[in-house]
Design a protein around this ligand. Structure first.
Ligand code: ATP
Ligand code: MG
Length: 267
C-alpha cells in the first residue's frame, strides 16, 4: 500500500457511500502530499456530481469508448498518457500498469505548478512501479503552440500522435486538437469542452476506467491491425456522447419516481 492509499479509518466499509468517501480521502491525502492542487479538490467534486447522475457505474457507452481508445492507442506510433495530480493520487498503480501494457509512456503535465509537486507525483508513480516518467526535465520540454498556461510545456506530447488525457482542461484539449493529435479524454462531464473536443470521449470515473482499459487492452492485444482499425471505424464519438446524455436523462427520470422510496427504505 502506498502512502497515498491511506484511508480515513472512521469510514466503515459498510457505509453506503464507502467507495466515494475512499476516493475523497485519497484526494485529500494527495493534497497534503502536494500531489493534488487545491483546485483539484473542486474538480473532483464536479466529477462526483456527474458520476452521481450516471449511477456511479461504467456505462455501456463508456465501455464502447474504452474499446475505441485502446484500439487507437495500440494502433498509434507514438502514444502518450498525460498525468495530472488527481489521476496520480487516485489510480497510480493502474496508470503504471496501463502504460506498460499499452507501451504508452507517462508524462506529467500540470495546470497548477507549485514547488515540490512534480517530485511528489514522480515519487507516487515510482512507488507504483514506473521506470521512466516524462515531463520532469525542463531542458527536454518545448512549448505547445496556442497555449498560455503552464500546461503548454510538454516533452513527448509534442511529437505524439495519440494522447490520453484524463481529467483534462478544455484549453489544452483544444490546443492538442489544433495540432492534429488524436485526443482521448476521460471526463465524467459529457458537456465539458474537453469531452466535446476529444476524438474519443470516455465519460466515466477514472478509478473505474483504468482497470477496464487494462482488461480490454489484454483482450485487444490479441487482434491484428485490420481488426483494431475496424473497432475504431465503427466508433462514433458524437453519437456516443449523445447516448450518454440520454442515459443521464433516463436515470434522472427513473430516480424522480424511485428516489423517495429508497430514502424512506433506509430510514
Ligand atoms: P473544460 O475545461 O474541459 O470545459 P472544466 O473547466 O469544467 O472542463 P476542469 O476542472 O478543467 O473542468 O477539468 C476537470 C474535469 O475532470 C471536469 O469535467 C470533471 O467533471 C472531471 N473529473 C473530475 N474527477 C474525475 C474523475 N475521477 N474521473 C473522471 N473525470 C473527472
Ligand atoms: Mg477547465
Amino acid at each position: 500500500m502506498t502512502s497515498n492509499e491511506n484511508q480515513d479509518p472512521t469510514v466503515p466499509k459498510t457505509h453506503p457511500r464507502y467507495e466515494s468517501l475512499k476516493y475523497r480521502h485519497k484526494i485529500i491525502e494527495g493534497m497534503k502530499n502536494l500531489v493534488v492542487a487545491e483546485a483539484g479538490l473542486i474538480a473532483h467534486g464536479r466529477g462526483e456530481c456527474f458520476d452521481y447522475i450516471l449511477g456511479e457505474k461504467t456505462t455501456q457507452y463508456a465501455k464502447k469508448a474504452i474499446g475505441a481508445a485502446v484500439a487507437a492507442i495500440l494502433l498509434a506510433e507514438k502514444p502518450v498518457i498525460s498525468v495530472n495530480g488527481n489521476v496520480a493520487a487516485l489510480v497510480p498503480d493502474g496508470l503504471v500498469s496501463l502504460s506498460k501494457i499499452l507501451i504508452a509512456p507517462l508524462e506529467i503535465n500540470l495546470f497548477y505548478q507549485k514547488e515540490g509537486r512534480i517530485e511528489a507525483i514522480k515519487d507516487i508513480l515510482l512507488k507504483a512501479g514506473a521506470t521512466i516518467i516524462h515531463g520532469i526535465n525542463v531542458s527536454k520540454m518545448v512549448d505547445l503552440e496556442g497555449l498560455e498556461s503552464n500546461r503548454r510545456k510538454v516533452e513527448l506530447i509534442a511529437d505524439a500522435d495519440v494522447v490520453l488525457v484524463p481529467l483534462e482542461d478544455g484549453d489544452r484539449t483544444e490546443a492538442l486538437k489544433k495540432l492534429n493529435k488524436t485526443v482521448i479524454a476521460v471526463d465524467l462531464n459529457p458537456l465539458s469542452r474537453t469531452a466535446l473536443w476529444a476524438d474519443i470521449t470516455i465519460v466515466d470515473n477514472i478509478v473505474r476506467t483504468v482497470p477496464e482499459m487494462i482488461k480490454i487492452a489484454n483482450e485487444l492485444k490479441k487482434l491484428n491491425i485490420t481488426q483494431l482499425k475496424q473497432i475504431l471505424q465503427k466508433f462514433n464519438n458524437k453519437l456516443n456522447i449523445q447516448n450518454t446524455l440520454n442515459l443521464i436523462v433516463e436515470y434522472i427520470e427513473r430516480q424522480k419516481e424511485k428516489a423517495f422510496e429508497i430514502v424512506k427504505f433506509r430510514l
